[in-house]
Design a protein around this ligand. Sequence first.
Ligand code: BTN
Length: 256
Amino acid sequence: MSEADDLRQLGNVLHTRVFGRAHEHHETLASTNDRAAAWLRDGGPHGLVVTADAQTAGRGRNGRVWNSPPGHNLYVSLGLRVGSARRDLSAVGLAVGLALYEGLGAIPGLGLKWPNDLMIGDRKLAGILCESRWGTDVELVVGFGLNVRREGIDPGLADVAIALDDLDVHEGRVPLLARLLAALQARLDGFLIMGFDGMRDAYAQANLQIGTRVRVTSGAEVFEGTALGIEESGALRVQTETGERVVHAADVTRAR
Ligand code: BTN
């Protein structure tokens, strides 16, 4: 593995103040999110980062599996300690999506699918899973998986997943992650002080669905409409034939 791909080198290129300054890299973990949560529980610092070359039980949103083969992708979890005063964390995943979008830089066609998938057209480049444990303070784990190399994508997912390689972006995982952590530090520092509202316009501009017809699946309910915009809370506003709906949690895909 080249030095630029060897995540144990992260500390040498990091340019953040806090995020990633405490870093553990593992060859294999069940899930980086589990390890980051355990480290926080044991007193690990705000901004800790856990990476792995492979995961044996990588988790996606809504109980899905996140396919995590060795060596070709980024599997990253960031552990945050959030003061108890900051209770409206529901939009943190949107702030993370925006940060990754900005950190990736100008990639033609790149955009966000609500709430926080990074997409090129209908194919997914990265996904985010935020999990929290509430006590006196909140221990928040922000996990993301980013497809870096084509070899790291299960052939069965070739129609729905895309890697940076496919987009002619050939960058080592180490400088890439250092840049993403800097973007995360900038957006999450802002989010934890001021909430989501200050980045709502930037998020809406990066979102690929606003102004388009969408299909919303929320539990057993499915409906279609036009995505209108994002609420201050991060919820998605959808205009249906029978009126406007505000969507807090759902899968939102392109209406066919
Ligand atoms: C999704 O789009 O469904 C979210 C995928 C999140 C995957 C990442 S990989 C690193 C971290 N560890 C996990 O077990 N899941 C997240």
